[in-house]
Design a protein around this ligand. Structure first.
Ligand SMILES: NC(=O)c1ccc[n+]([C@@H]2O[C@H](COP(=O)([O-])OP(=O)(O)OC[C@H]3O[C@@H](n4cnc5c(N)ncnc54)[C@H](OP(=O)(O)O)[C@@H]3O)[C@@H](O)[C@H]2O)c1
Length: 329
């Protein structure tokens, strides 16, 4: 009984309480407005999950500034060919430089194929935005047998970043570092890394799994930044919390909550464009240039988050375990 409360009810309670707190801060705090960013002509970016929500706004802004953007996306099986063509046409009508590539983060093979197809183009890579994500999905496994949140939100991005690291390093230079921006969440604050049960085989809570995946992404981002700086490479790694944003991410909430959320969201949540602001700031701002940057960013500011995110032993253990899981060691 006690263990059921601890495993299943506590993560639910903690996540909704945190959501309420974030909402109140959002309501009474000042919302970050993205300053005017410099032109990005000649820059190449990859954005995962760039066809809707926050990712869509990130792509829209980047292409407006002249960047060449690759969108990694899962072709939706419910999308007809004409629907997909219409989506592409919406982007391409203004002659923007956008390319769509199949990327299913729930499949390590798909991640490898995506990277191969990108590298075949022989382009530089200046910005990688690890944005795609799922939240509170029913228990399930990815193609490689990982728990869904861990596999899609974290391990897929972990492999993607690793395989693109050489291109990011080659494309960065002093004064123009390449950047990796990983979209985490304030939910990382209540996350726990279960190193001996990362895949939630012993017990499954969608709430705990989401929080774990977002904490893992933050630990990865932070460790990656340190490794890059130690090696003297011109690449920075940032983790970002976009805030509570009105997107389809909430589609798996329990139905009564989903109804309440969709009503509240219209008034209290950020719009996807507002949610994209800090992501874009981390990806584009000249103010964040150089090896001292990186870190965790929320509402346009660098934040010191929970002590666990700075734990070097945990960062290293997770790093090594993750590389092994994605087949890199
Ligand atoms: N919304 C919030 O309040 C909030 C708060 C904190 C953090 N975040 C984070 O922000 C990021 C963007 O979320 P959002 O709010 O914009 O949600 P969203 O509208 O649901 O967008 C999620 C994106 O991820 C893509 N995706 C899902 N599974 C994928 C897979 N297996 N492979 C490749 N792409 C996949 C989706 O692609 P399809 O369109 O093809 O399904 C979609 O484009 C997520 O990482 C989320 O955790 C959001």
């Amino acid at each position: 009984m006690l263990s059921s409360i601890r495993c299943y009810l506590l993560p639910v309670f903690k996540l909704y309480l945190l959501g309420l707190k974030v909402l109140l801060v959002q309501l009474f705090g000042r919302s970050f407005r993205l300053p005017v960013m410099p032109r990005q002509d000649g820059k190449v970016a990859i954005v995962t999950g760039g066809v809707r929500g926050i990712g869509y706004e990130v792509v829209r802004h980047m292409v407006k500034l002249g960047a060449h953007v690759f969108i990694g996306t899962v072709p939706n099986i419910t999308d007809s060919q004409s629907g997909q063509d219409a989506r592409k046409a919406r982007w391409q009508e203004n002659g923007k430089k956008i390319e769509f590539r199949k990327l299913d983060l729930a499949s390590l093979q798909s991640v490898r194929q995506f990277v191969q197809s990108f590298k075949e183009r022989d382009l530089p890579l200046n910005i990688l935005v690890n944005n795609a994500g799922v939240m509170l999905v029913p228990e399930g496994r990815t193609e490689d047998g990982f728990e869904q949140h861990l596999g899609v939100n974290y391990l897929g991005h972990c492999l993607l970043t690793w395989l693109l690291l050489d291109r990011l390093k080659d494309s960065g230079k002093c004064g123009h570092f390449s950047r990796v921006v990983s979209v985490s969440s304030s939910a990382h604050r209540i996350g726990k890394i279960r190193l001996n049960d990362l895949n939630s085989c012993q017990w499954y809570s969608a709430h705990a799994a989401y929080c774990q995946s977002k904490l893992a992404l933050l630990l990865f981002s932070s460790h990656l930044h340190q490794e890059l700086q130690r090696g003297g490479f011109p690449v920075s790694s940032f983790a970002v919390d976009p805030g509570m944003v009105d997107t389809a991410l909430y589609q798996y909430l329990w139905t009564p909550l989903r109804l309440a959320q969709s009503t509240i969201a219209r008034f209290l949540f950020k719009t996807p464009a507002e949610g994209a602001a800090t992501v874009l700031y981390a990806a584009l701002s000249p103010a964040l240039e150089g090896e001292c940057e990186g870190g965790y960013w929320a509402n346009g500011c660098r934040e010191m988050t929970t002590p666990v995110t700075f734990d070097p032993e945990l960062q290293l253990s997770l790093w090594e375990t993750s590389l092994r899981l994605v087949g890199l060691q």
